[in-house]
Write a protein that binds this ligand. Structure first.
Ligand code: GLN
Length: 241
């Protein structure tokens, strides 16, 4: 019987899946299993509902405007549950299109403005150029995140919302203010595909630890041999935008 169980709810996996973000789920599952943590992953489809007491960690990936339009209305129905879950200590990792919909709205080039669930104080408007390329971000603790961006949306954070970090290479949130992503309590948003977590093991472990602490209190994760992840991280840090 595993000492810990990590419950993950993967939101709209069938729709927000075009940028390979499911690699984040694989990383979370592996880094849990390698530590004898039982990892349970459930998928949320359209018309299904979230039990705010079940999951420790929610994941919502990126997608094209069309897929975002398909799920936006359903996501609004999950808003109360997701606000409650976060209030109770759950973690949310959101990438690109999923990140945009955690804010107040996403205004694409074509079609209606998509109302978000306002879990973070941010909004997104489609820009006139696609921001595509490698990204390196420096976090407040001096660590870096590496990934790949592919978005036209420009996200602007409210004055009290902390970014995930400063852009060293690439565009990040909007290509204007030099910031990337957002973090507020257990809510993390980012434009980093790649997928993000395989080459950012320290951040992956931060999410696992924070998610487990919701039900188990303070948790120490046994260190893993991250020599390959670190090599990949270093290589990605050196890539041009
Ligand atoms: N459709 C959104 C945009 O272009 C999100 C793209 C994504 O998820 N990579 O900004």
């Amino acid at each position: 019987m595993a000492e810990f169980q990590l419950r993950i709810h993967h939101l709209y996996a069938r729709f927000l899946n075009i940028y390979g973000d499911r690699g984040n789920l694989i990383t979370l599952a592996k880094r849990g299993t390698w530590r004898q943590i039982e990892v349970v992953i459930k998928q949320l489809g359209l018309g299904e509902s979230i039990d705010p007491d079940w999951a420790d960690l929610y994941f919502i990936g990126g997608g094209q405007d069309k897929q975002q339009q398909t799920i936006a209305e359903d996501l609004l129905k999950q808003s109360t549950s997701l606000h409650q879950a976060v209030k109770d200590g759950a973690v949310i990792l959101s990438v690109c299109g999923g990140y945009q919909l955690l804010g107040h709205y996403y205004r694409p080039h074509e079609g209606p403005e998509l109302k978000g669930i306002s879990l973070i104080d941010a909004y997104t408007v489609a820009g006139h150029r696609r921001m595509i390329g490698n990204v390196v971000v420096k976090r407040a603790d001096g660590s870096t995140l590496v990934g790949f961006e592919n978005h036209s949306g420009k996200t602007y954070l409210g004055k009290d919302l902390q970014a995930l970090g400063k852009v060293i290479v690439g565009n990040g949130n909007n290509g204007d203010d030099g910031m990337e992503g957002a973090q507020s309590g257990g809510v993390y948003g980012t434009y980093l595909h790649g997928s993000l977590l395989p080459k950012n093991p320290r951040f992956a472990d931060q999410l696992i630890r924070q998610a487990l602490e919701r039900r188990y209190g303070k948790v120490e994760l046994q260190p893993l041999d991250d020599q390959f992840e670190s090599k990949a991280h270093k290589k990605a840090e050196a890539l041009p935008a």
